[in-house]
Design a protein. Structure first.
Length: 51
């Protein structure tokens, strides 16, 4: 159990870095140019205006 405690103590300060990397990956996925995804996002953006 001492190994897991040491591992947790090592990784605990890095949670902010992991969170920023995860957020950057989401933004990169959304902004990356792809015709299929772009059309899909535009269709979803128009949902409130369809009524």
């Amino acid at each position: 159990m001492e190994f897991f405690s040491a591992l947790a103590d090592f990784l605990r300060p890095l949670w902010g870095l992991w969170l920023m990397l995860f957020f950057a990956a989401i933004i990169a996925f959304v902004m990356w140019p792809s015709k299929k995804r772009k059309q899909n996002f535009e269709d979803h953006a128009q949902i409130p205006f369809k009524d």
